[in-house]
Structure formats: C-alpha cells, structure tokens
Design a protein around this ligand. Sequence first.
Ligand code: MN
Length: 229
Amino acid sequence: MSQKDGLRTYRGKRHFDRTGEPSGEHAAQEEAVPAASGEPLFVVQIHDATTMHFDFRLEVDGVLKSWSVPKGPSTDPHDKRLAIPTEDHPMAYRDFEGVIPRGEYGGGTVIVWDRGTYRPTSHDKRHRPVPFGEALENGHVTFELHGEKLRGQYALTRFHGREEKSGGSAQKPTWLLVRTGSGAPSGRGSGGGTPDPRRARSVRSGRTLRQVSEAPDAPAWEPDGGGQG
Ligand code: MN
C-alpha cells in the first residue's frame, strides 16, 4: 500500500457501527504510550476468517503495515512463508481481539498471538542503514523481532513485480516472510515451525480462538488467576 493511501482503504472496507475493530479516527486517544525502548511495534494476530491465517503487522510511519500469512511465521530458517500484503491498519489494531460479525469484512475471530518491538536492520550493499519505509518500497526489509514468542532476525521480500498505484490490472505483489537468523529459537528447543492456530493462545488474554469466539465480551486478561474465560 502506498503511504498516501493512509487508512482510507482500511476504513472503506468496514462498518464501525457493526464491528468492534478500531476506526483509527481518534489516533491520539487510541495511541498508547510508545514502547519504552522507543523501538517500533509489531503484532501477529490469528484470524479465523473464511480461511484461517495469521496477520503480521509492523509499525511503520504511524500505521501498521500488514501482511496476511496463511501458514504463519516460522522460526525455522528453511521455511519460506507466503505473505500477502493487506491494507494498512491503525496502530490501535494491535490490541484488537474479538469477533468480527459474520457478513462483515474479515468476519471471524481474532486473537493477538504475539507482540513486541522490532529493530529495523535493513542496509544497503555498503552496509549503510536504509530507512525502513524506503526499504519496504524497494521490496526487501530485514528486522529483528523482540516478541514474547518470536525473537530473532526475519526478512520480508517482495517478488512478482511492483505494486501499482491505482486502477489497472496490476498483478498482486506477494512477499515471503523468512527467519534469517542462525541458531535455534531461544529456549524453545527444536521443532520451530508454527503452532496449531486452533490451540494457540493469545499473548494478551491467554485465550484460544474458541474461547474468544464463545465469550467475545469476557473481560480481558486477569493476571491474578481469574482467567477462566
Ligand atoms: Mn486477517
């Protein structure tokens, strides 16, 4: 998505009187305190829509750049995961967990699977750092994730041509999400890969997709052990 598009595409797809997703129209209100580290944020949501997928989002210039990753990110460097760009999402979306009503865009259940910050590490051939937004435009970014689940170096790389501005029948660009760092994922032993999305738990509420779908309005995470869902 081009920067100028902003959140217009995002808003155009949704009815905010019917879905609990954030409109992003009150950015100042919705904006939480930035990460203490000052690093940009990332979030990975699991979305049980028409087709189950993971939504991988990176904070870039005040919005969440987003990719739909059908199989989810893998911690195994041998796995190349298809990542299809979707519209920019408002920053507030990083906390969204709940049920998008049937018939609405993206109808289905969403949980926050992982979250944290990332460190952009893109550089040019002379090892000079390249601004992340510019590297994205060029179709290749590298970054180090500091999530609660995902940690380490990853890369997103576009193939299949450039994204067109508007109109036309441009082929849809596709990206690959790959773990590039060497070594086993920290403390997780071997196995890497991706958890079964139906068994995976929210990093925000501790709940599974099913638990959220059965009680979407249940109070969020209670650290004192009240989280029976
Ligand atoms: Mn989605």
